[in-house]
Ligand binder design. Structure first.
Ligand code: NAD
Length: 333
């Protein structure tokens, strides 16, 4: 039976990336019934909300989605479509694995870290206002329950996936109330997982340690803003935004998307790297229980990269569609 999956084609380079991923998943013969839903800049330009209610309702009903990047209109009046989806669907756990890929040269050998980023709170609560004409306030919201569910999700993931260490990342030395609560909850939850080694670290120190001692880290769990920044840093260590995948999980719903944005300056140029969205799609295949298909796609991707077929960001000259065809041709079966 076909898996039902909602699909958002996204803005900017999003539609080209989705076409590339479709080429590869078709070659892997995964039986997916795609249900297209709308969100993003296109909706705003058509006079609709940036994420229409029908889109939220459909993803909630189907329970799984693949999303290409969307453009956030800058400035007043329009909220981020990504933040809106994560909040309204309660996709509280943003999971971003970073790992070395064969054929992708970086100074960071044997990289293998999973970052758990809280996805619904923090400064992304989007509570901002002008306090006086010349002073803006942006409110950081951290709750005990929100902290507990992301921290527990990280420890559960560690157990399920044979990971040995979880580090809680915060800035409780300065934000003693908000980050202090996150840290307290981290320590309390960690006590329930004596089989997993755990410690905490301040975010600035953690960033430095990521690029100097990455091999001692296994999993990081952190607040929304630090997770956003650290996962782009880690994406750079992996080879750039073109290769870094991600997933957003809630209690009843999961939405898979690359770490990167819509890279609007490359729109229509058939140039950007579909690897990040493809690896997000393989996380989706795992979620759907399609383990053989996942292994097949990942094997084909690695074989392609090792043959030196690469897009511009990795020093190659392959186009988006050309790269997708090369991966598709490496598929077994
Ligand atoms: P971006 O990630 O879109 O692009 C930054 C740069 O990274 C690009 O110019 C390009 O050099 C490189 N890059 C990104 N994706 C690539 C790929 N697949 N292959 C090769 N190179 C790639 O970040 P931005 O320019 O700051 O943001 C553009 C828009 O995307 C903004 O509107 C932003 O709000 C939005 N955004 C969306 C998401 C999302 O949908 N999840 C995430 C981040 C940013």
């Amino acid at each position: 039976m076909a898996h039902k999956v909602c699909l958002i084609r996204g803005d900017g380079t999003g539609p080209e990336l989705v076409s590339a991923v479709e080429t590869i998943l078709n070659a892997a013969k995964v039986n997916i019934d795609w249900i297209e839903v709308e969100a993003g800049l296109k909706c705003v330009e058509a006079g609709k909300p940036i994420v229409p209610d029908e889109t939220i309702a459909k993803i909630a009903e189907v329970g799984v989605g693949l999303k290409a990047p969307m453009t956030t209109p800058i400035g007043k009046g329009s909220v981020s479509p990504n933040v809106t989806l994560r909040k309204r669907l309660e996709l509280y756990a943003c999971v971003r694995p970073v790992f070395s890929l064969p054929g992708v040269e970086t100074p960071f050998k044997n990289l293998d870290i999973v970052i758990f980023r809280e996805n619904t709170e923090d400064l992304y609560a989007q509570i901002e206002y002008m306090c006086t004409e010349k002073v803006a306030h942006s409110v950081k919201v951290i709750s005990e329950s929100g902290s507990e569910r992301i921290i527990r999700a990280a420890f559960e993931y560690a157990r399920k996936n044979g990971r040995k260490k979880v580090v809680g990342v915060h800035k409780a030395n300065i934000m003693k109330v908000a980050d202090g609560m996150f840290l307290r909850v981290f320590k309390k939850v960690a006590e329930e997982y004596p089989d997993i080694e755990s410690w905490d670290n301040i975010v600035d120190n953690q960033c430095m340690q990521l690029v100097t001692r990455w091999s001692i880290y296994d999993m990081l769990v952190t607040l929304n803003l630090y997770g956003d920044i650290m996962s782009d840093l880690a994406a750079g260590m992996m080879g750039g935004l073109g290769v870094a995948p991600g997933a957003n999980y809630g209690k009843d719903c999961a939405l898979f998307e690359a770490v990167h944005g819509s890279a609007p300056k490359y729109t229509g140029m058939n140039k950007v790297n579909p690897t990040a969205l493809l690896l997000s799609a393989t996380m989706m295949l795992e979620h759907l229980g399609e383990h053989d298909a996942k292994a097949n796609v990942e094997g084909a991707l690695k074989a392609t990269l090792m043959k030196g077929v690469k897009t511009y960001d990795l020093g190659g000259s392959a186009t988006t569609s050309g790269f997708a065809e090369a991966v598709a041709s490496e598929m077994k079966g």
